[in-house]
Design a protein around this ligand. Structure first.
Ligand code: ADP
Ligand code: ASP
Ligand code: MG
Length: 408
């Protein structure tokens, strides 16, 4: 008999009917003799609704109060699911993050888990109880409510699985596993039986929101067996694994990720002197704006053009800061575009193969998709293109690397 942590996402608990179905599924596993901790998200749309409410009160919401508000969504679902389980004759008990307790740092709205106290959960499991834990939330050591960033229930589940040394952590969701790309964009996307932690981490950090990045980091660090599965269908889903050799498909590329939240800024005619990059980027960093891709081009007149990307939400602020820097440095002008996206191909197979970049660039060129920026690492190549080309770029690359077919 095994110890499982099951996590059900927002769409899987989006209606009372679905919560009833989740309760049936959990009861079945429990009746088979397994020890079960369930982690649930808020009902689908609820967290967005709460964000909207906050924005009506205060456009740049206070992060501490935001977390007090956002954490309420998950409190509803733990209670409803526990009621459904009790109704089925199961011993069940709900826990908010602070009741576990799950202690985090104090970075409100994007807190990191510092520790999970599993005393109460273990006691429940010993007594044959099903513990139902609110995902996405914790508390600081001083008792303030925190949330873990959007999609954070995945991380709650993995952290609890790590702490309890669970046999497996199952992330149940509205797709039947991790696909070669988001099936909503490319219907020919194919479910992967397995994907390595390294690839999953890249996919998640490059925009595939099927798993929150931190949940994958956590699972990798604490060796949690992690599986993504469909909530209401049969299926073995996708196993996230360490073992590159178990990549039976030996595919060069495992998947395509994309991120719509991008914006780029360029400052032109900057004098090409030592320290210039730091002069441009330090005021941006001082405002806690994260910079992603950076490109510097030196023109023949010893002036340079400097381009970088930021999150789209930070675009206006970054533009204003850069305009100041432009005036201070006597540079020519600041240009920007917040209608860009990043499309990335990911695969550990890339390490041992040349020519992947040229296949990628040619496929995009054949569709007349202009590449604005490029970034590479050992196992990924990212390009920035205009937003209007997103779907076309993803489908073109999916076809170019034959991701709809099982690799040979
Ligand atoms: P949940 O509410 O269960 O946490 P999410 O919406 O966070 O679900 O994640 C599931 C969604 O992730 C899917 O509906 C799918 O559109 C999207 N997604 C993005 N990239 C992928 C991918 N590579 N494989 C599977 N799903 C993906
Ligand atoms: N309810 C939160 C969100 O919508 C956390 C989660 O679903 O994982 O982001
Ligand atoms: Mg999610």
């Amino acid at each position: 008999m095994a110890l499982y942590v099951y996590k059900f996402g927002g769409t899987s608990v989006g209606t009372v009917d679905k919560i009833q179905k989740v309760a049936d599924k959990v009861k079945l596993a429990h009746d088979q003799g397994h020890k079960i901790v369930v982690v649930v998200s808020a009902m689908s749309g609820e967290t967005n609704r709460l964000v909207d409410l906050a924005e009506q009160m205060q456009p740049r919401s206070d992060a501490r109060e935001m977390d007090v508000l956002l954490s309420t969504g998950e409190q509803v679902t733990i209670a409803l699911l526990s009621m459904a389980l009790l109704e089925r004759g199961c011993l069940a008990r709900s826990y908010t993050g602070r009741q576990v307790p799950i202690v985090t740092d104090n970075s409100f709205t994007k807190a990191r888990i510092l520790s999970v106290d599993n005393t109460r959960l273990e006691a429940d499991l010993e007594k044959g109880r099903i513990a139902v834990v609110a995902g996405f939330q914790g508390m600081t050591e001083y008792g303030c409510t925190t949330t873990l960033g959007r999609g954070g229930s995945d991380t709650t589940a993995v952290a609890i699985a790590a702490s309890l040394k669970a046999d497996e952590c199952h992330i149940y969701t509205d797709v039947d596993g991790v696909y070669t790309t988001d099936p909503r964009i490319e219907p020919k996307a194919r479910r992967l039986d397995k994907i390595t932690f390294e690839e999953m981490l890249e996919m998640a950090s490059l925009g595939s929101k099927v798993l929150q990045i931190r949940s994958v980091e956590f699972a990798g660090k604490y060796n949690v067996a992690l599986r993504v599965l469909p909530s209401f269908e049969e299926g073995t889903g996708t196993l996230i694994t360490y073992d590159e050799e178990s990549n039976m498909e030996k595919a060069l590329i495992s998947g395509i990720a994309f991120n719509r939240d991008e914006a780029k800024l360029t400052i032109t005619g900057v004098p090409d002197l030592p320290g210039i990059a730091s002069k441009i980027l330090t005021p941006i960093a001082d405002k806690n704006i994260e910079v992603d891709m950076i490109i510097q081009n030196i023109a023949s007149d010893r002036n340079t053009d400097f381009t970088f990307t930021v999150h789209r939400n930070d675009y206006e602020e970054a533009f204003a800061i850069l305009q100041n820097t432009c005036d201070e440095l006597g540079a020519k002008e600041v240009k920007g575009n917040d209608k860009i996206v990043k499309v990335s191909i990911v695969g550990v197979g890339m390490r041992s193969h040349a020519g992947i970049a040229s296949t990628m660039f040619k496929a995009l060129a054949d569709e007349s998709i202009n590449i604005e920026l490029i970034a590479t690492s050992e196992i990924k190549i990212s390009v920035v293109v205009y937003e209007k080309y997103l779907e076309l770029a993803v489908r073109t690359l999916h076809a170019a690397f034959e991701l709809d077919k099982v690799g040979t």
